[in-house]
Design a protein around this ligand. Structure first.
Ligand SMILES: C[S@@+](CC[C@H](N)C(=O)[O-])C[C@H]1O[C@@H](n2cnc3c(N)ncnc32)[C@H](O)[C@@H]1O
Length: 264
């Protein structure tokens, strides 16, 4: 059964029997408990502030504010990390908002996604399939690759990338797969790797994804992982950074100024 069909069926069941919601909520707790059995010392990643990554933080980004999008802070983070880098690779294009924003900083950008045919074959809405790349394909310099990251020939790319964004299927198995593929084929000594959906929101960790990240990479690299505050992203990067311990309820340290302008 496809993910979408499962979701529809689950929602119908919950409407008839609201107490079933507890099962869903408990499942997150089950995931956390499983995680802590394997990684008791790593309940959360150390956090880095966007201001410590870029003391003059002032980014503008393009965003659709539609379903399945990254947060504005996630997109701004990618742009900050892209500065001074020459190549970008991402798994998971969707409308192409992330690669579109990074392409304002890096000329050499590649994005990989399931093909339209494969999405439709999974039983997912044809319209959803057709909307892939609707933003990023307006930039002809962005290389759009089609393939399933489970079987895609990453080695065949024969290339290492400066900045990599993993934002495809967010199940444990696929985050682990994508992480293994990236660390096995695409990184060089100073590559930066960013995972989307390390957290459900900036204050709530998504343990299924977190475990996929840790299990998919060499354990001696775990010390180079961070959660960027106010974002949903985990980042692998080498260097010394000012960090603080994650807390699930925070007093805000600053406000973001958001100016909205519609571009046609
Ligand atoms: C969350 S969206 C990506 C959003 C995009 N990175 C952004 O921020 O604008 C995830 C995308 O991953 C794609 N995807 C899911 N499983 C995949 C797989 N196994 N291989 C390649 N792409 C996959 C989906 O089709 C979807 O477009």
């Amino acid at each position: 059964m496809s993910k979408i069909k499962k979701t529809v069926q689950a929602l119908q069941n919950i409407a008839q029997e609201p107490s079933l919601l507890n099962l869903v909520l408990n499942d997150k707790e089950v995931r956390k408990k499983e995680f802590l059995k394997k990684y008791p010392h790593l309940e959360t990643l150390p956090q880095i502030s966007l201001l410590d990554l870029n003391k003059d933080f002032d980014e503008s980004i393009d965003i659709c504010f539609l379903d399945g999008a990254s947060l504005p802070t996630d997109l701004a983070l990618l742009k900050i990390l892209a500065k001074g880098k020459n190549s970008y690779f991402e798994i998971g294009t969707w409308r192409g908002e992330s690669v579109w924003n990074v392409a304002k900083v890096i000329d050499d950008c590649t994005t990989l996604n399931l093909s339209k045919e494969e999405i439709v074959a999974l039983g997912i809405d044809k319209k959803y399939a057709e909307l892939h790349g609707i933003v990023s394909k307006k930039n002809q310099d962005i290389l759009h690759l089609e393939g399933n990251s489970k079987v895609f020939d990453f080695r065949g790319l024969d290339k290492k990338y400066d900045l990599i964004f993993i934002d495809g299927d967010h199940s444990y198995e696929m985050v682990k797969n994508d992480t293994e593929k990236v660390f096995g084929n695409l990184i060089h000594e100073n590559s930066i790797v960013v995972w989307h959906d390390y957290a459900f929101n900036p204050e709530k960790i998504r343990y299924e994804v977190f475990q996929g990240i840790l299990d998919g990479m060499p354990s001696n690299f775990h010390e180079n992982l961070y959660h960027v505050q106010n974002s949903l992203c985990a980042v692998f990067m080498k260097g010394n950074f000012k960090t603080k311990k994650f807390q699930s309820l925070n007093e805000p340290e600053f406000l973001f100024e958001v100016n909205l302008k519609i571009k046609k």
